[in-house]
Design a protein. Structure first.
Length: 293
């Protein structure tokens, strides 16, 4: 709410006009003849109108600030609730890293836990490593089967994810592949994606989580995931695209649906996400706890 009392240039002009009006009134009312009374009345009326206008604008800004604060509080509660659910589900042996900024938010991690436990995928393939890698590896440990292959273009993030997996004793379940961003012709278009020569041969992918590359790489940065990996997907593969609230990811989900005949469902999480399946008969986990966009 730090910006609820923001003033425009027009507001400062109003305040200046009020000050000038007060000064003029002070001078003119020294003579209380009829013209002086008239000027005094006009000046007071002007002051009242200007003050009321400033008050009206401030009330609007205060109301907007209160609404924003309510949304922030509600989102914080939902993230806390989701994180509590994740912690109870995976029961980590050591503390988890922070799940903010660049990491997947707790509400998305909660959805990933639900999908992994419900579908029991033999292979999870991930574009972009991090806390999500760790969380899903814990779910596979709980199931007693499955593995993860995660692509990472940033060497520092790759090392950090490997160290994190080692600290939690999950290196046997997840492989982080160093895959720098490389320009290539994909689906007939020149674009940049992970170096496909680094992508290992695997069994069919049953769960694909796309959380990279970073959106600043290029417009539609995550679109190449399906053209590159579509031949590797199992018939009932589930695809999860993070950051679905962004226009770029919405366009990608729509394009994937159109070009690959996928069914697309939007998850109204804080950053949004799309769940796509290769046929309409495949069940996808609904959003938890009645979350709204």
């Amino acid at each position: 709410m730090s910006h609820m009392l923001r003033l425009s240039k027009g507001d400062f002009a109003i305040v200046g006009a009020v000050g000038i009006a007060v000064i003029v009134t002070r001078v003119l009312t020294r003579r209380m003849d009829p013209p002086g009374f008239l000027t005094f009345g006009v000046s007071v009326t002007l002051i009242v109108l200007l003050v009321l206008e400033v008050y009206r604008r401030l009330q609007i800004q205060i109301k907007e600030g209160a609404q924003e604060a309510q949304v922030s509080i509600r989102n914080s509660y939902r993230q806390t609730e989701a994180l509590h659910s994740v912690m109870n589900t995976i029961r980590p042996t050591t503390p988890l890293p922070l799940t903010t900024t660049w990491s997947a938010f707790p509400d998305l991690l909660n959805q990933l836990c639900a999908l992994v436990l419900a579908r029991r995928p033999g292979l999870i393939f991930e574009a972009g490593s991090g806390v999500s890698t760790l969380t899903m590896a814990y779910c596979l440990r709980r199931l007693g089967a499955g593995r993860i292959v995660s692509l990472e273009n940033d060497p520092h993030f790759a090392v950090a994810t490997r160290e994190m997996l080692a600290q939690h004793g999950l290196t046997d379940l997840a492989t982080v592949v160093d895959a720098p961003i490389k320009e290539a012709i994909i689906a007939g278009e020149r674009c940049s994606w992970y170096d496909v020569t680094r992508v290992p041969s695997t069994e069919p992918i049953e769960l694909l989580f796309v959380d990279g590359p970073h959106g600043l790489t290029q417009k539609g940065a995550r679109y190449p995931a399906l053209p590159v990996l579509s031949s590797r997907l199992a018939a009932d593969c589930v695809i999860v695209l993070d950051d679905g609230a962004r226009a770029d990811e919405t366009a990608i989900a729509e394009r994937w649906s159109r070009e690959f005949g996928l069914k697309s469902d939007y998850l109204p999480l804080e950053k949004g996400a799309y769940v796509l399946t290769r046929c309409t008969s495949v069940h996808t986990a609904p959003p938890l706890h009645g979350q709204n966009r």
